[in-house]
Design a protein around this ligand. Sequence first.
Ligand SMILES: O=C(O)[C@H](O)[C@H](O)COP(=O)(O)O
Ligand SMILES: [Mg+2]
Length: 294
Amino acid sequence: MPSRKLSGKPEELAAFIDKFDIFLFDCDGVLWQGKALLPRTVETLAHLRNLGKHLLFVTNNSTKSRATYQKTLQDFGIPCDVNEIFCSAYSSAIYISRVLQLPRDKKVYVIGESGIEEELAAEGITYIGDDGGDITPEDYDSFGPDEDVGVVLCGLDRAISYRKLARAYQYLRNPETVFLATNIDSTFPTHGKLFPGAGAISAPLICMTGRTPVSLGKPSQAMMDAIEGVLKFDKKRACMVGDRLDTDIRFGIEGGLGGTLAVLTGVSTEEEILEEGAAAVPDVYLDRLCDILG
Ligand SMILES: O=C(O)[C@H](O)[C@H](O)COP(=O)(O)O
Ligand SMILES: [Mg+2]
């Protein structure tokens, strides 16, 4: 069934909204781009809350923790509870502690930012990183496999370096060391353009090792497991709202949600939504989230 653009008719928009009790919102490219809110985001979310709808924020961006996202949302004028927020740093920490059950004497080598470190710490997981400085002659001698490193976890790292990758590669030469990615989005939408995404950070490690990481962000249902570990909801009365077909919309479809809504303010384009063989086909789409206000 091809996707269709929701019309601006108030009755059609109201009928669409009435089909759901809960909306799962992707963040980058839906609510904001970088530090800039997209038009009427606050008004749109307030409108849905006033209609009694529950809102969840479900982001693949691992640079911030849930707590930091809560402050970000509140600073944007979007009141929320931390238990309404799910990020790939959180789904990764939950996976490592409760699914993988990494022994407490093992540690995680992190390529990424503070969001990952904070969520690992919250789950009591020991981690190490790398300051990202220039690789030194001593490094060439000292870097090597380390049996205490049970996991290499890679996410968006805007200070990536040769040294960080070199260290991760040495750890991953041990086949016992688990290779995880918070998410593998190829690009990151910000400032109206696309920049390297988390997938571009883990790609060199895939190239070097020939290993593919288990990704814990959308479309992986590890993110849905993390959500359902916090709250149960009627999936058939839930709608996923996203800007990326291969993450958000696929996540909603494969998660068995009642509906999917794509918006064109992030990564995916109208052409990609309508083309044969689209990565995933949203039920409906809009130019901007706020167009749901009519
Ligand atoms: O590269 C990334 O990590 C992603 O582009 C980014 O974080 C996506 O975040 P989301 O759209 O899921 O909020
Ligand atoms: Mg997005």
